[in-house]
Design a protein around this ligand. Structure first.
Ligand SMILES: NC(=O)c1ccc[n+]([C@@H]2O[C@H](COP(=O)([O-])OP(=O)(O)OC[C@H]3O[C@@H](n4cnc5c(N)ncnc54)[C@H](O)[C@@H]3O)[C@@H](O)[C@H]2O)c1
Length: 270
């Protein structure tokens, strides 16, 4: 162990400023709340203004107990100018940006599954603009600040579907495969600047949004399927992802970069 090394505080992210895109609803809301609970300054960047403002107010209201703070910044990640304004708002309020969780995506709101040939060009373009270009935009927007600090933690949310493929969502699955390639490549660009970039692949997760798009019978069938194919035989919940996000936002992961971590209960993809 290098002289002076101490493991104390390795997982402590209190006081770190972390942007969560798509952080107002769904799984992102759970990330935002959890990061506030462990004392981070959370920048909730989303298009859902009402939900985002209410969530930020809730995190602020608990700050005497948690030490966490939050602001909501209305941000369409597909627009570079909006991402730059969001990063500026984060710096204006908290003085720095330590982490970025690129979670925003078109997912629950994808128009229903369709044969690949029936996906309209505009639907394909919009999905790529949010799910892939949005990540590029947000990385660019926070980069100058992270480089100046000589430190930064970026997590890009992919999906286990990029490994398996799925029917009826060619554009979504393709975008999530792109997230993995993006992550691996940009990690080489940013490693010497002290910035780590990793991807996290959730399995099908019963978030408040996705949960509501599928009938309860679907989730019961999913529970059975997990019992037959996964190491952990139950449906995945958003909270199952929180520990991995905190690890990747903390100093405990400072030598982990360019990696794709499947957080999905050990599903057997063979
Ligand atoms: N729920 C699952 O089963 C599952 C599985 C694998 C991966 N994921 C991924 O996890 C993430 C969250 O999933 P979810 O279940 O909460 O889905 P969701 O569709 O409910 O959440 C997407 C979030 O992104 C926001 N958003 C959409 N367009 C935006 C834009 N242009 N700019 C900024 N924000 C925008 C939404 O408002 C929402 O907060 C997504 O990246 C999704 O692809 C989810």
């Amino acid at each position: 162990m290098p002289e002076g090394f101490s493991a104390r505080g390795l997982f402590d992210i209190a006081g770190r400023t972390i942007v969560v895109t798509g952080g107002a609803v769904g799984i992102g809301k759970v990330y935002s709340k959890a990061l506030g609970e462990v004392g981070a300054n959370v920048v909730i960047a989303d298009i859902e203004a009402e939900a985002g403002k209410a969530l930020a107010a809730g995190i602020e209201a608990a700050s005497n107990e948690t030490g966490g703070h939050a602001i909501f910044v209305e941000t369409d990640v597909s627009r570079m100018a909006a991402c730059q304004a969001m990063a500026q708002a984060a710096v204006d309020r908290f003085g720095r940006i330590d982490g970025l969780v690129n979670n925003a995506a078109l997912y629950a709101k994808i128009p229903k599954r369709k044969n690949w040939e029936d996906i309209p060009e505009e639907e394909w373009d919009r999905l790529m603009a949010v799910n892939l270009k949005g990540i590029f935009n947000c990385c660019k927007a926070v980069h100058a600040r992270m480089r100046a600090q000589g430190y930064g933690k970026i997590v890009n949310i992919s999906s286990s579907t990029w490994l398996t493929g799925t029917t009826g969502r060619l554009h979504y699955t393709t975008s999530k495969a792109g997230v993995v390639g993006f992550t691996r490549s940009i990690s080489h660009d940013l490693g010497s600047e002290g910035i780590t970039v990793n991807a996290v692949c959730p399995g099908l997760t019963k978030s408040e949004t996705i949960g509501a798009t599928m009938p309860e019978s679907h989730w019961q069938a999913r529970e059975k399927k997990m019992a037959g194919t996964a190491a952990i035989p139950r449906v995945q919940m958003p909270e199952d992802l929180v520990g991995t996000i905190i690890f990747l936002m903390s100093s405990a992961s400072d030598f982990v970069t360019g990696q794709t971590i499947a957080c999905e209960g050990g599903v057997n993809h063979l």
